[in-house]
Design a protein around this ligand. Sequence first.
Ligand code: ACO
Length: 434
Amino acid sequence: MAKNTATLTDNETGESIELNILHPTQGPKAIDVSQLYKKTGLLTYDPGFMSTASCWSDITYLDGDQGLLEYRGYSIDQLAEKGSFMETCYLLLNGELPNKEELDSFINLVTYHTMLHEQMKRFYSGFRRDAHPMATMVGVVGALSAFYHEYMDIADEKDRYDAAILLIAKMPTIAAWSYRYANGTPFVYPNNNLSYAENFLHMMFSLPSEKYIASPIMVRALEVILITHADHEQNASTSTVRLAGSSEANPFAAIAAGIASLWGPAHGGANEAAVKMLIEISKSKEDVDYFIEKAKDKTNNFRLMGFGHRVYKSYDPRAKIIRDLCHQIIDGGLAKEEHKELLDIAMTLEKVALEDEYFVKRKLYPNVDFYSGIIFLSMGIPLNMFTVMFAMARTIGWISHWHEMMGDNKTRISRPRQLYTGKSHRDYVPLAKR
Ligand code: ACO
């Protein structure tokens, strides 16, 4: 087969250049512009990376038009229905599903690294009581780099794998403690007899005076939430982790950068924003139509939170799984009346939006964050912890991408260019003459 190329011609100079077209195993082909500047002095311009593939990756594939999401080739529906979060972590990190022995040893490894260094407890008391738990997460996860730096060689694959295990293992402890600190209740140590999801709920809700017994439906719901949020290829936070890591920075610091990126309401912060919006609607005298009109009004910056996605132009497959989970929790009698009401509002909003020309034309559908908050509320997780839950789940995705990138000899420091619009050279004017 002839080499697939595209020709770029500068109409001003008449000069042309042949650019290779790259073929991934699935998904859109890409024009290789990596040598463009060297050969022509031209840059490419793509704010928001609307048309840019930043790397090759074997980890996650998603087809936004078909609403398809696969981790290492396995569909999210099958993993959420039949798999466990630990299997998913193993799969994302290692590339294959584990056999029984591999899974047991992986679980053992994670379970025996869940404790935090006792000194780390002191970091928490440096934060204000009312600090947002995501702020605490950025700080405490970043601080892990102070504990694991000197003896970690990021050029060594084994050290990199160990860093991944430490992060997966410690994230629930860090997350639960960020809640306990704000809540004013004592930190609860991990319990090695519990599963990953159960252990997190234990650290969130057990008290010295009363042990928390998690309902099996809630444990499974959390497991599914963790699986469905585990990875999503080159989203903003994962790209941030890759960008920070590309300078060979400490992996814990790179993950802290990812947490910061996830926090925003246009990304992982949307789960908190979506539930706040549903609560606002439930308390308002206005009906759902009013809020739909408000979301369409370009003079108003209100958006339907948990709706729309850069890549999905059909129903987000994760939203479907989580919506069904919401129904199971409500049907299982595990949700309070006010949470049922929020689900009703969400369902009505979805129905009205999906029939409205504005949303249809722009292919705006519920995303992963639209329904997850209702499950979190039913679990007793407070609003400001929602994005922390997302961060806990996404840690495996971030660290798998970091691991892949660091092992790829094509990796170079990420260094975009710009189109400068500032002043041309001018001479310094002494203060007295300004
Ligand atoms: N409500 C109302 N209008 C919307 C919404 C929304 N939620 N989302 C997009 N639009 C409109 C935009 O106003 C724009 O309209 P226009 O073409 O008339 O200007 C059009 O749809 C395209 O939207 P963009 O913002 O250009 O799309 P982009 O890909 O840049 O943004 C994003 C995607 C950030 C997710 C956006 O849909 C949004 O802000 N949604 C709400 C926040 C949210 O739920 N974020 C979570 C995403 S999932 C995740 O990160 C885990």
